[in-house]
Design a protein around this ligand. Sequence first.
Ligand code: NAP
Length: 423
Amino acid sequence: MELGADFIDVELKAAPDFLPSLQEKKAAGCKIIVSNHNFETTPSSETIGSLIAQILSSGADVVKFVTTAQTITDVARVFQILSRCQGPTIALVMGQYGLISRLLSPKYGGFLTFGSLASGKESASGQPTLSDLNNIYGLRRINRQTKVYGLIGKPVGHSKSPLIHNAAFREIGYDGIYVPFLVDNVKDFLDTYNTPDFAGFSVTIPHKEAALKCCDEVDPLAKAIGAVNTIVRRKSDGKLIGYNTDCGGAISAIEDGLVGITGSTGESPLKGRCFVVIGAGGAGKALAYGARDKGCKVFIANRNYDRAKLLADSLGGEALSLEQLNTFQPPRGAILANTTSVGMHPNISETPLAKDALRNYSLVFDAVYTPINTRLLREAEECGAVIVSGFEMFARQAIQQFLHFTGVGAPEQLMRDILVRSL
Ligand code: NAP
């Protein structure tokens, strides 16, 4: 106080001992924050309401209450309370589920938020760094009108999506913020964050299938695939519309790769080709249905043959075991798409198919994007195939998503540059 602090933060329990003398001695303009920390839960709205009344009656200039989230829906309760508070209030939620409280509190009128000086120097669990708050999330731009977008998943901490979408919003002057939503139950999440403010979502593992069931309308291709990775809240009626841009991203990248070989004819260069997908999980389904839709003859190869058969049967294709794939002789002009994680960092010396078996393909695609140039792609190129990286799929799914979110074309080069730098 003697050094001229603008704010002095006093814990509520200690307030009776300190506040009277602080009020006497404090300089004009110095504000007293009275704070309460709950390290276990986020209590009911009624309990938090009583706590705020107690803090105010202690003589606080600024109210601060900090709770702990057991799940992301706890944070919505804090936002509701914060938006109703009259005087200056700091409301934050600790823990990994509470990160959005630190990013979105300015939107609900929060007096200030907290960031750590560096990673590893957090003073409370779930705190982002000041540099991330400013440079990734553009905290100073957030206001009550800012539209909220984000990635629903578990885990979400590793995702590059906040980096690219926030930078793209800034680039086109769009009033939006994109945050990571760490979600256990996607239905509970969407039921809770159901206002027009929460305008769109990316969806990742393990929620792509559950998310589809929560949508009011689903794009036909996403419905066939059985998974959505993009949800938009329609402005006119608030309905949730689901899309699968993983599929569009990968298929358009492969089509562009083929145009490089055949030249453009007006129709999809995939039409009539043999398309072999390795893997029968989420990405495998997206690629297989996308290829079938373009008129390809689809083969699914998977280590679990039954799973390959199930997917192949669902789209009128054929199943192969991985052993069969090694000696499979596709017709000229065939495409091979790896959708397993084989070859992904840190196992970069692995490959899903022996080099000799790659000679029969005109184009080889790998969904893996760390590293960008996998062993599979290097060996395919040595065999003379055109190669398409999972980087293209990732960049394009994000670019298509951005268009769904904003209705405006994405700043593509910027998004690609940021993504390359981040990998
Ligand atoms: P997923 O749903 O778990 O499916 C993975 C598939 O790969 C399954 O069919 C699995 O076989 C098979 N597989 C896993 N490990 C294998 C191994 N060691 N050998 C042979 N087969 C194996 O995962 P996903 O979401 O589809 O993702 C798969 C890959 O695609 C990941 O590397 C992911 O990063 C990448 N991806 C990239 C993008 C992009 O934008 N570039 C988008 C989505 C996914 P079983 O059926 O026997 O389990």
